[in-house]
Design a binder for this molecule. Structure first.
Ligand code: 5GP
Length: 211
């Protein structure tokens, strides 16, 4: 049974650089009732990242210990680093009626879906408008580290193939449009209604992006 009236789990996944972190932040800033689930990772922090705010940065053996203790709802290896979502804080927030936002990859989304946790779940996949735009965004973020950019671009096509596993796919053409569409989806779903959108347009966009 789903706990309607209680918090919802809202998963946002996308190829790296498609803008989901910005969208997740925007959703939590504009809605008092939303919180972002802060993941644990073994990745090295980027220059502007803060421990406990962007991620909990931990060593590999600490991460493995948390897996052993069954502390994660989901965990995965992405770009050779461990990432995972802790169970306890998420369940606590949902029980208080908060909507919890998850900025996680397709492996994590799949695991959460499979667990049938007793709260409503919406999964969204965000697409970049074009591969050119995606490369530019990665360039700005990764400080022109060509090796990382190359790695993330090659992962991109693999990530995108998982779009069908999601409830909704949204194209991040323009931030405010994309944000509004996500809000409409969440609002419909919170009333138990499916949000209608143009799936054919999405299929065409995916085909264009993986060519
Ligand atoms: P980044 O290193 O760029 O912050 O994240 C790399 C990828 O890992 C992104 O696709 C992000 O959504 C994903 N990710 C971040 N946290 C988690 C998590 O807790 N679990 C999973 N499965 N993926 C995560």
């Amino acid at each position: 049974m789903t706990n309607f009236g209680q918090g919802m789990m809202i998963v946002l996944s996308s190829p790296s650089g498609a803008g989901k972190t910005t969208l997740t932040r925007l959703l939590s800033e504009k809605n008092d009732n939303y919180v972002i689930s802060i993941s644990h990772t073994t990745r090295t922090p980027r220059h502007n990242e803060i421990d406990g705010k962007d991620y909990f940065f931990v060593k590999k053996d600490q991460f493995k210990e948390l897996i052993k203790k069954d502390c994660f709802i989901e965990h995965a290896i992405v770009f050779n680093n461990f990432y995972g979502t802790m169970k306890e804080p998420v369940i606590k927030d949902l029980s208080k009626g908060k909507n919890v936002l998850f900025d996680i990859d397709w492996q994590g989304a799949k695991q959460i879906k499979k667990k049938h946790i007793d709260f409503k779940l919406i999964t969204l996949f965000i697409l970049p408008p074009s591969t050119k735009e995606l490369k530019e965004r990665l360039h700005n973020r990764e400080k022109k580290d060509d090796l990382i950019i190359e790695k993330r671009m090659s992962q991109f096509k693999n990530d995108i193939l998982h779009w069908k596993d999601y409830d909704y796919v949204v194209i991040n053409n323009e931030l405010s449009n994309c944000y509004n569409q996500i809000q409409k989806i969440i609002s419909s779903e919170s009333k138990g209604l499916k949000y209608n959108y143009d799936e054919k347009k999405i299929e065409e966009k995916v085909t264009e992006l993986i060519l």
